[in-house]
Design a protein around this ligand. Structure first.
Ligand code: HEM
Length: 359
């Protein structure tokens, strides 16, 4: 029992009287009640509750990132909270399967009563997108669908630093890339040249390829070399970034790559885990967009959405357009086999968590 004078009662604590009286189907108010509208409402409400929890975690992660130094303890809490978001995403992604038990004809029983309301107007969903960092590379055009209060709120959020920005700043601060007498990137470039030269030999000596096929493979090989060049030449990188081929800053990309390459070193294991969590969040969101787009097609075919978009076509386009941490996925382009990785100097290895010199 608590210190309350009256023992706390389950439904009072959870305010169930309020919560369970907030399902108000439209259909019954205009004609015959549509059986499936209850499922439609409860599914959306459940999503919104989980969105609330995701924002709760996300805001705390942003707060932790905003404090320097970002020590191991904070990074660990960040990783744990990001993991919680991922688990929630896994659950809400599954809910699409529940709403798909409603047939398109059942949906039509009440769909027209909903116009012009739409998931477009989910303020929490947009806030999650903005807090994660979508505002950087996607227009906020759809704010226009919100009422003035929600719209003003989102405009404010859009101006605040996002997770993407904090991650970029944190990565860009990562030390270890240069130390006395050792330039990691010069060594890495030599290793890349070695790898590319060996790839070229494989093409040249492949007896199964015709001259034309070899030519084709050499063209692709050259394009891989050019992508590597942008790693080593900041000016080229910035050009690519302006074309939208990268979102992260040059320094952040180098640091993220370093973390990926040397993730076995003790001090880099936690940063590697955080980067992996960010990719998981992006991947789950992308899965959701894709499943939701398919579900909308199943329900609507090529009809427009209640919010006035082109429906499935609009949603399908968001799957690839609204990526937040795609750069972290694309880093794999720059990975080279472990056997070619430059050996790190002992002093650096010590800093990365080894106690003893290695010879
Ligand atoms: C029968 C079920 C559903 C259908 C047919 C459907 C259809 C659509 C359509 C067509 C859009 C594009 C905007 C528009 O023109 O209205 C949209 C947007 C959206 N819907 Fe759904 N939806 C359904 C269920 C859900 C559920 C359960 C959620 C959970 C919250 C949801 C969340 C969203 C969100 C967040 C957007 C904005 C996406 C963006 O702009 O990137 N929808 N929906």
């Amino acid at each position: 029992m608590s210190q309350h004078s009256k023992p706390l009662y389950y439904s009072d604590y959870l305010q169930l009287d309020t919560l369970l009286n907030t399902q108000v189907p439209e259909s019954g108010q205009h004609g015959p009640a549509a059986h499936d509208e209850m499922l439609f409402i409860i599914t959306h409400q459940t999503y919104e509750l989980w969105f609330k929890q995701i924002l709760h975690e996300l805001l705390s992660v942003l707060e932790l990132f905003s404090k320097t130094p970002l020590d191991e303890k904070r990074l660990h809490i960040i990783s744990v909270r990001l993991d919680r978001i991922i688990r929630i995403q896994a659950v809400i992604n599954q809910q699409i399967g529940i709403i798909e038990t409603m047939t398109p004809l059942d949906f039509l029983d009440f769909r027209n009563y909903l116009i012009p309301a739409s998931g477009f107007q989910s303020r929490q969903f947009r806030e999650i997108e903005l807090r994660l960092g979508l505002s950087h590379h996607f227009s906020n055009a759809s704010f226009g669908r919100f009422n003035p209060e929600d719209s003003a709120y989102l405009e404010r959020i859009a101006k605040q630093p996002s997770l993407f920005e904090w991650v970029d700043a944190w990565l860009a601060r990562t030390p270890f890339l240069e130390c006395e007498g050792f330039s990691f990137w010069a060594c890495y470039r030599r290793a890349v040249d070695q790898m590319l030269a060996s790839d070229a030999d494989i093409i040249r000596n492949n007896p199964l390829l015709s001259d034309q096929e070899k030519q084709q493979q050499f063209t692709e090989h050259e394009s891989t070399r050019q992508s590597f060049d942008c790693l080593f030449e900041q000016r080229l990188y910035e050009q690519y970034r302006q074309q939208g081929r990268f979102q992260l800053s040059h320094k952040a990309t180098l640091a993220a790559l370093f973390i990926q390459l040397y993730r076995d070193e003790p001090l880099l294991q936690l940063p590697f885990r955080v980067l992996s969590r960010l990719m998981d969040i992006d991947e789950h969101l992308t899965h959701w967009r894709s499943s939701h787009a398919l579900m909308a097609q199943r329900m609507l075919g090529s009809k427009i959405g209640t919010g006035g978009s082109s429906g499935h076509d609009y949603l399908k386009a968001t799957v690839s357009a609204k990526r937040i941490f795609a750069d972290l996925f694309n880093l794999s382009t720059f990975l080279i086999p472990r056997s070619l990785l430059p050996a790190l100097p002992n002093s650096l290895l010590r800093d990365l968590g080894f106690q003893q010199d290695r010879h």
